[in-house]
Design a protein around this ligand. Structure first.
Ligand SMILES: [Zn+2]
Ligand SMILES: [Zn+2]
Length: 382
């Protein structure tokens, strides 16, 4: 375009500099290709630097052996799940389901509600049975399981919580097993009173021979289908592998799903929630907002309202046999007051009342509840 053509801009008109000042990327002829705001560039560099730094810090804490083992385990279970013929191995599949129920009870009724929380008492026969079920589940030894869970309750959602859900879903589900423990977990773990576990002869014996007992129970669960109804080793192994991976993920879901997705009818100030799916997966451990509010209740939930809780039913059955005793639970009045003053208003009994009652806790009422809870639970474990 000629300089003074009608369409050209007036010569005296100065081009205004663009604001804010920008860094111009130059091509090989030193012509500006495109403009990138300085602020954005700095922020991008900062983000890259931060994530690189975080990765370098994280990398030092990764337990590579656990990462490989857990990944391989899941890949093998998935391969088995997709390739086995279910219709030709119904008995073996049923056997795996039976083992899920027994091992599930060993974890929920044994490691959790009996040994960690002391929510009921069990005689020696029941403790041996629970221990066999727990060992068959293939978890850590009981001492570590109980200590980690007591720390989890006492320091929930802090750095001292082994599977702190504030660090994200993956970390609270399985990531925490792939990383070295946070120093606070170790420090607070040492302060936990474990004298009752150390002094339980059933626990002491089984923890001392944990590896041997795990091998024996694994051989038993795989061997029964082979020797009792001529199952081949591959399919027997495949179904038990899937059972094991299920047990692990069901247990982990309490730490992840039941701390992230759900309502808080009993205490809106804490992270654990009521999660129906987790309760189905774990035979009644998903009523987690209630459980963290009343950890010493053998039911780990309110009964009724369609809340699935197989573990509570089985404990009651053992109580009928005389094997379990001193089943502990809060009074209905205390639960009602807690719902009214601490809950988020999603409990069915609150929903039936006027909206003014929902979630409207007064500090005075909270104090009264604090005193009631500490008076009732002063001798319980967390
Ligand atoms: Zn929890
Ligand atoms: Zn618990």
């Amino acid at each position: 375009m000629p300089p003074n053509s009608p369409d050209s801009p007036p010569i005296c008109e100065e081009k205004k500099p663009k604001s804010p000042p920008k860094y111009a990327e130059l091509d090989e002829n030193n012509n500006a290709e495109k403009d990138i705001p300085i602020v954005d560039v700095e922020r991008q560099i900062q983000v890259v630097d931060d994530s690189t730094q975080q990765w370098l810090i994280l990398r030092k804490d990764i337990k590579w052996l656990n990462v490989i083992a857990i990944t391989l385990l899941h890949l093998m279970a998935l391969y088995g799940l997709l390739t086995v013929s279910y219709s030709q191995h119904k008995r073996t599949m049923t056997w795996a389901f039976v083992i899920v129920i027994f091992t599930g009870f060993g974890v929920t009724g044994g490691a959790h509600r009996l040994w960690t929380h002391r929510s009921y008492k069990a005689n020696a026969r029941m403790r041996v049975l629970l221990m066999i079920c727990f060992i068959t589940a293939g978890m850590n030894n009981l001492y570590h399981w109980v200590r980690d869970h007591r720390v989890h309750h006492k320091y929930s959602e802090t750095d001292a919580d082994p599977h702190n859900s504030r660090r994200g879903f993956f970390f609270s589900h399985v990531g925490w097993l792939m990383l070295k423990k946070h120093p606070d977990v170790k420090a607070k773990g040492q302060s936990i009173d474990m004298s009752d576990i150390v002094n339980d002869p059933v626990v002491a014996f089984c923890d001392r021979h944990n590896l041997l007992l795990r091998i024996l129970t694994t051989l038993f669960t795989i061997g029964v289908p082979v020797y009792c109804w001529n199952e081949d080793w591959y399919h027997s192994f495949a179904f038990q592998l899937f059972r094991y991976v299920y047990d692990l993920n069901a247990t982990w879901s309490v730490n992840s799903l039941a701390h992230i997705y759900g309502d808080k009818p009993y205490n809106r100030k804490i992270d654990p929630v009521e999660n129906r799916l987790v309760s189905w997966l774990t035979f009644g451990e998903g009523w987690h907002n209630y459980h963290h509010t009343f950890p010493w209740d053998y039911r780990a939930a309110e009964i009724g309202g369609g809340r699935f809780n197989l573990t509570a039913r089985v404990i009651e059955w053992f109580a009928g046999l005389g094997w379990a005793s001193d089943l502990r639970e809060p009074s209905p009045a205390l639960v009602r007051r807690t719902i009214a003053h601490r809950g988020d208003g999603t409990h069915p009994c609150v929903l039936r009342q006027s909206s003014s009652t929902a979630g409207g806790g007064s500090s005075v009422a909270d104090d009264v509840l604090d005193n009631l809870e500490s008076a009732i639970g002063k001798s319980h474990f967390f």
